[in-house]
Design a protein around this ligand. Structure first.
Ligand SMILES: Cc1cc2nc3c(=O)[nH]c(=O)nc-3n(C[C@H](O)[C@H](O)[C@H](O)COP(=O)(O)O)c2cc1C
Length: 309
């Protein structure tokens, strides 16, 4: 048994500004549907929070197929943010999450500042049932020629500044890794009033079908996720944590509890599990159990004690 120290007073709770989580393990948007889909495999009340699939003002059909392609160590997807739209989300999806008492974060997307604002105002009517709103800033800004909001500090600042004005629900800004300097974007989110940031979203990538001599995805480009992106995500979490004072949520290729520990050591206060859930739907609980065991064995009494100074 060696050095194992059993501590009964280990505290897994984390506070992301005003957002309280019973433990730091969350499910990432787009990989757990609207929560209910996972119930045969995972007790959603055992984890910190569920981040539902990105919601837009109107329903979206998504991109033409093929939309998913598996690479040797990661997943390429070009789903195109297919979702039921905010109205159906509030009437058909949220009531179940609310009844089950599941900590729910609503991920949102828009193509203009107005759309983000409108979504936040609509969601505010259900503020009792929504723990936080996660703003996906990787969407194209139609007024800026289709450049994603999250590509520039200015674009990020503009969206966040407006949404914090229209809702009391805490705001998490989900950063795109497809940028030159993640620190300036993280700082822009903080300056605009974000309560926390989460990173990373998928990395822009592609694959080619050499027999058909054309791109494999219907959309040509897609987002890479899974183990392939973990070292990049970890570096960005490390940089972002050192650039801002608000809490950081680490995402990107977390498949095992050891991966989770690395992100927490890099400075994350919580983590999200994405592609690993698609591989094994119960991954999040296994990761939580492994993390808890590690903290007990090593004598870490709280999550942020894992940070490397
Ligand atoms: C199929 C799929 C759909 C996704 N949909 C969304 C989405 O709607 N909104 C969003 O912010 N991120 C979305 N993501 C990104 C994930 O939430 C996550 O940031 C990314 O996959 C990296 O984490 P992972 O390597 O653990 O999957 C999606 C990812 C995948 C694989």
């Amino acid at each position: 048994m060696g050095e194992i120290r059993e501590l009964s007073d280990i505290n897994l709770e984390v506070s992301l500004g005003p957002i309280r989580l019973k433990n730091p393990v969350m499910l990432a948007s787009g990989t757990c549907g609207y929560g209910r889909e996972l119930t045969p495999h995972l007790d959603l009340n055992s984890i910190g929070a569920v981040v539902v699939k990105g919601i837009s003002l109107e329903p979206r059909p998504g991109n033409p197929p093929p939309r998913i392609f598996e690479t040797p160590c990661g997943l390429l997807n070009a789903i195109g943010l297919e979702n039921v739209g905010v109205k159906a989300f509030l009437t058909e999806k949220l009531p179940w999450l609310k009844d089950q008492g599941i900590s729910t974060v609503v991920n949102i997307l828009g193509n203009s500042v107005e759309e983000y604002k409108r979504l936040c105002s609509i969601l505010s009517e259900e503020s009792q049932s929504i723990l936080a709103i996660e703003i996906n800033v990787s969407c194209p800004n139609v007024k800026a020629g289709g450049v994603a909001f999250g590509r520039t500090p200015e674009g990020t600042y503009e969206v966040v500044r407006h949404v914090v004005e229209v809702t009391e629900i805490p705001i998490i800004v989900k950063l795109s890794p497809n940028v030159t300097d993640i620190t300036s974007i993280a700082q822009a989110a903080q300056d605009a009033g974000a309560h926390a940031i989460s990173l990373i979203n998928t990395i822009l990538a592609m694959a080619i079908d050499i027999e058909k001599k054309r791109p494999l995805l219907g959309n040509t480009f897609g987002g890479l996720s899974g183990p392939a992106i973990k070292p990049i995500a970890l570096r960005m979490v490390w940089e972002a944590h050192r650039a801002v004072d608000i809490p950081v949520i680490g995402i990107g290729g977390i498949s095992t509890w050891k991966d989770a520990v690395e992100f927490l050591m890099a400075g994350a206060s919580a983590i999200q599990i994405g592609t690993a859930t698609l591989v094994e739907p119960g991954s999040a609980k296994k990761i939580l159990d492994g993390l808890t065991r590690f903290m007990r064995q090593k004598g870490y009494r709280e999550v942020e004690a894992l940070w490397i100074d």
